[in-house]
Each structure stands twice: as structure tokens, then as C-alpha cells.
Design a protein around this ligand. Sequence first.
Ligand SMILES: [Zn+2]
Length: 115
Amino acid sequence: MHEMGIVYHVADEVEKIAAQNDIRHIGSVTLQIGEVTGVIFDYMSDLWGWVSDKSSLLKGSRLLYEQIPAVTLCKSCGQRYGTVQGGRQCPHCGSWDTVLVQGNEYIIKQIEADS
Ligand SMILES: [Zn+2]
């Protein structure tokens, strides 16, 4: 389960950041999630509720998200295009020599503390 691993990883990271910054309670955590990660955010949000409930730091906090659009670079003509619209084949020159440059990652963008 992809989502479960991410939720545990995010919770660990937030615990570390909170300890370093003397934060006692988290209000919300904002993630940026790539368009082609395949992550189902609603499912992740449910898991967050379950995981955060076991932590005094995270209890009652909200998990928010923003999407990072997926972008592919064509190595033949050097143009970039939307991965979801264009797929693996470059819509500009028809080449298959393309590489995903963003959209398959997730980032903890923001952590909001409440006191
Ligand atoms: Zn091209």
C-alpha cells in the first residue's frame, strides 16, 4: 500500500521537524503530490486521521494537499509538455525519447503549528 508508506513517512518527518523547532502541536500539514504518483488523496487523508490519532503532536491535525503537474521533457526536440495530455510520445516531434521531469514525487510543503 503506497499511501500507507507515505503517511507514515510524512508523520515521521513532521515529528522530527516539530522536535527541532519546539512545536508541541500541529494544526495542519500541506503536501505537494505529483500528478502521476498514483496516490489517492482521499484514502491518504483517512489514513492520516488514523495515524495522527495515535500521536499527541498530530492528534486532530489536518492533512492538506496541492497537486504538482506532471511534465515530460523530449530529449529529441527539447520541448516540455504535460505528461497526462501527451503521454510518452512527444506531441511536438513524435519522438519516444522522452523523460518525466516532475510529477512523480511528493514534498512536505508546509507545516502549521497551533499552540
Ligand atoms: Zn519532441
